[in-house]
Design a protein around this ligand. Structure first.
Ligand SMILES: [Fe+2]
Length: 210
């Protein structure tokens, strides 16, 4: 039999460590401010089970080279998939940095970012002892009709999710329709990453802002 494959889900990943040192330094004050904002909850939980989210970093000059790099890659990602990008401008809806609780328990349940076309992660602090991202099969019909799997520890056509073990400098770009989550962190080593979402807006619409 010939194997045919249609409607597969692309994810791009790249090891890009050259941004790590600079962006960690620039992120420190954002994480400090986020922790200050979360002060009451930190006191209550002794910093357990939380993710400390920064304000937007999109306009900060220290992040511009990185922002331009991942912005172009995200656009290339749509173009490479076959979308006619001559008809669209791509815009960051949001880009921020976050760090999980020092004592562990930090996580994100499975979610989408509504009405986005490309999402991405860049890892600044992580190890084989920290949380990691998990991606879910985005095909609603496939999810509804899954059967028991023979090998839960392998990625197969039957898998309902996959996970990545990133290292500092790992970049992951994926379609906005892919549901993702973060495994519970054990609070052994710091876990910090940048997250962004991008919308493709028709050029015609940009001309017609009301
Ligand atoms: Fe997310």
């Amino acid at each position: 039999m010939h194997k045919l494959e249609y409607f597969s889900t692309p994810l791009w990943t790249e090891y890009k460590p050259e941004f790590v040192k600079l962006l960690n330094k620039a992120s420190n004050e954002y994480i400090k401010a986020a922790r200050k904002r979360d002060e009451k909850s930190i006191k209550k939980t002794r910093d357990f089970g939380m993710a400390h989210h920064s304000n937007p970093i999109t306009q900060d000059k220290r992040f511009v080279t990185f922002r331009d790099y991942v912005g172009q890659k995200s656009r290339d990602f749509l173009d490479w998939q076959g979308f006619d990008m001559t008809k669209y401008v791509t815009m960051f809806s949001e880009m921020w940095v976050q760090e999980f609780s020092k004592r562990g328990g930090g996580h994100h349940s499975a979610h989408h970012h509504w009405n986005q076309h490309v999402s991405g992660f860049y890892f600044l602090k992580c190890s084989d002892k920290t949380s990691f991202p998990i991606f879910h099969d985005p095909r609603a019909g496939a999810i509804m009709t899954k059967l028991h799997q023979k090998q839960l520890d392998s990625v197969t056509y039957a898998s309902e999710l996959v996970h990545f073990k990133p290292k500092p400098g790992t970049l992951i770009i994926f379609p906005g329709y892919v549901e993702h989550e973060y495994a519970v962190d054990h609070g052994i080593e710091p876990f910090r990453f940048i997250h962004w979402n991008i919308q493709a807006v028709p050029k015609e619409m940009v001309k017609n802002v009301v």
